[in-house]
Ligand binder design. Sequence first.
Ligand code: S3P
Length: 429
Amino acid sequence: MVQTVHQADSLRGTVSLPPDKSISHRSALLSALGRGTSRIFNYPNSADPQSTLDCLRSLGVAAERNSEGVMEVTGRGLRGLSPPTEPVNCGNSGTTMRLLSGILAGQRFGSVLTGDDSLRQRPMERIADPLSVMGARVSLRDGHAPIRIRSARDGLDPIEYRLPVASAQVKSCVLLAGLYAEGDTVVLEPTPSRDHTERMLDLDVEEVGGVRRLVVEDGHTIPATTWTVPGDFSGAAFFLVAGCLVPDSELHLEDVGLNPSRTALLEVLDGMGADITVENERVQGREPVGDITVRSASLSGVDVGGRLIPNLIDEIPVLAVAAACAKGTTEIRDAQELRVKETDRLHAMSENLNALGADVQEREDGLLIEGNGPNLLGTTVRSFDDHRIAMAMGVAGLVAHGSTTIKDPECAKVSFPGFWDELARVASF
Ligand code: S3P
């Protein structure tokens, strides 16, 4: 399949966003480990969070929407999961695989986790290493899934683990395994990544000399509860950039998750000269949310690197589109993690933006982009079967002269089913 996107005259209206993917995965996993039925309001239909539910079902957890559309998950307690009868299939979802591995490492039964072609190429030593230090018996194939986990007959050992990579998935894997340790598990995080897991587990967090210290106490249990998933800031990002770039635009985004460990894109776009306002800020459950309005603005280049990167890691593909249409140079550094996402996102964005006539140099850990104002020229580009690449190129298509054809665009459903319809709905041509 292909998707053709035409240059737009303006974007106007209120965008309907999918629920946050990261929070959805965690709400389902924690509900499964609670005792009793938890209710999740606004659970998404996107493919990745559905993969998490499918995996949980294969472990004996009931998860169904009730007649009001609320997801009801029957928790089995920490030790009540059932052995799966076949490999647990995480689809395209790295978060499902890495977080569930932490949980399965603590079970008294063995399991195998697998996924699609992309997921089976992503690095898994980063979780196998700390889990092995905790005494879990984990083996990989050449550093990748399938992940084979043998039964943890005697529970896990508590560890103090300093994260070697800024990754919320690795952090969360160790914290979840910590629920099965005999003693307190400590994770030290020198470069902060998204903090949903520690918020949702209600962990003790302190900061010592710029390093976050998170503790899962011995005997920590999870109550059955109610979760409400906010709108996905990472989904909003595509419309924030599109609203800046397309002339004569004004878009509203409501009930968007505004957790500061996710929203560095707002800071960066502000530095580029964007016209974005955040209103009605409030706290929903344990997460900040608010409403955002974006209006067209002319953007300038910016330098992005260091501690900001983990807080906009998923937004870098669409930030690269903003940079290609800005005036002046943008340098994105310290973003080598993008090479091990659903695809190598540095390579994918460089290839695609250059195909549209932009001036992008791929660096080992980032991109150097000479902004050329709104001078992209529509052509055919590839999604690389990566949802965020497909959607970023959809945004580029709205500003490129003529029309842009995106190959294999259906992968957008991984995090944002209905993205293409939503883009067309708010656009005038
Ligand atoms: C996620 C963490 C990030 C992010 C991913 C979702 C999460 O990955 O890129 O889309 O929900 O924990 P890493 O932990 O690999 O940095």
